[in-house]
Design a protein around this ligand. Structure first.
Ligand SMILES: NC(=O)c1ccc[n+]([C@@H]2O[C@H](COP(=O)([O-])OP(=O)(O)OC[C@H]3O[C@@H](n4cnc5c(N)ncnc54)[C@H](O)[C@@H]3O)[C@@H](O)[C@H]2O)c1
Length: 353
């Protein structure tokens, strides 16, 4: 186990998987984006399953080209039946053996990085998804694409919380378009492969997942806040501070993702997040203050050049589809999740932001 994740969280995920874990016994899984925030959890969870919990071990091959993996991703853990390959998924990947599952989690997820790498962001979600779908079709593997809640764009308030049927309100030319639009094309590719080639595809739309293991220099809101707290600096709330989000703790999210991977209905997209509470960024600061029992100073500031403005005003998931079809039920509330995250970041972050 690397120091970058909590052992107790991995144990919680494995325990909550219950008998579903046996679906992976004896199977081969290809994971892309294996050294990113979510990928590192998948690697540790599959490694943990191979400590005698499965009837036959699961073989995991994890790919990543390290473009945004950072120092946390650079340390490759030594886990049973888990192999890491440095590979850019926009290039062909040759694989001789069988594949049962493909989890396509490679992406450029942080707004800071997709502003810096717009073309790479497009390519990984379009060309990378197509290459992985071709492999899934050839191998008759179940394919899961990590899309994003960003495909809903800046929603019409009538459609908040957003159900999977909401078509969204996205700009094709804004500073966020490279991410939002490429994820939408990735979903269209899944739709085409499912409908015209019969490939078993699922799409996951995660809503702001957080937890230990987030890179300090990832620049998403919670690592940013946690780093500034560690450095004794006032928090910077961008824009108006009234924009809302929901936050899903990593153990709930991974359980939801694995449910889609194992049990998702072919061709379907699923929102995975924690719908409660939907809070503004200023309320998030106040919640951090309450949980950490310390005064937290903050300033509401303009978007810095390095961070794309034009962000959605509201975002909250309707998760009824995942609840009904997959039994998904997030259990870690925001206070508990923030407590675990802030305790961890306090001992891990350096306060450099
Ligand atoms: N974490 C969230 O809250 C969240 C929310 C919405 C969507 N997602 C999506 O889920 C996926 C995983 O998210 P994350 O938080 O782990 O992101 P992350 O940025 O931490 O990790 C993504 C990984 O993909 C790798 N990568 C990028 N381009 C690649 C390429 N061409 N070839 C191989 N590897 C490549 C990066 O090096 C990085 O290690 C992403 O596709 C992201 O867009 C995540």
């Amino acid at each position: 186990m690397t120091e970058f994740l909590l052992k107790s969280d991995i144990a919680e995920i494995v325990e909550r998987m219950g008998d579903d874990a046996q679906k992976f016994a004896g199977k081969t899984v290809l994971l892309t984006g294996g050294r990113g925030f979510l990928g590192r959890y998948f690697m540790e969870v599959f490694g943990a399953l191979n400590h005698g919990l499965l009837k036959d071990p699961v073989k995991l091959i994890a790919l990543d080209n390290m473009i945004t993996a950072g120092k946390e991703g650079a340390i490759i853990p030594d886990l049973p039946n888990v192999t890491f390959v440095n590979h850019d998924v926009t290039k062909d990947f040759e694989w001789e053996g069988d594949l049962d599952y493909i989890i396509h989690a490679a992406g450029i997820a942080s707004p800071y990085y997709y502003r810096a790498y717009p073309l790479e962001t497009l390519e990984v979600a379009i060309t990378g998804t197509r290459k992985m779908l071709e492999l899934a079709e050839a191998q008759d593997a179940r394919f899961t694409f990590f899309s994003s809640s960003e495909i809903y764009g800046d929603p019409d308030p009538k459609h908040v919380p957003m159900a999977e049927s909401y078509r969204g309100n996205v700009s094709c030319q804004g500073p966020r378009a490279c991410y939002d639009e490429s994820k939408r094309v990735g979903e269209t590719l899944c739709y085409i492969f499912h409908n015209t080639h019969g490939t078993h595809t699922n799409t996951i739309r995660p809503f702001n997942v957080f937890g230990p293991g987030m890179q300090e220099t990832d620049y998403r809101v919670l690592p940013n806040f946690a780093s500034r707290i560690k450095g004794g600096l006032p928090l910077h709330v961008y824009g108006t501070g009234n924009q809302t989000r929901t936050f899903c703790y990593i153990t709930d999210a991974i359980i939801g993702f694995l449910s889609v991977i194992i049990k998702g209905v072919a061709g379907e997209a699923y929102n995975i997040g924690n719908p409660d509470p939907e809070i503004s960024m200023v309320e998030l600061v106040q919640t951090i203050e309450k949980v950490s029992a310390q005064k937290v100073e903050y300033d509401v500031v303009e978007y810095p050049d390095s961070y794309p403005a034009d962000e959605p005003n509201r975002r909250a998931p309707d998760i009824r589809k995942a609840r009904v079809q997959l039994g998904f039920n997030p259990t870690v509330g925001i206070d508990e999740g923030l407590e675990r995250f802030l305790d961890w970041s306090d001992t891990t972050y350096t306060g450099i932001q």
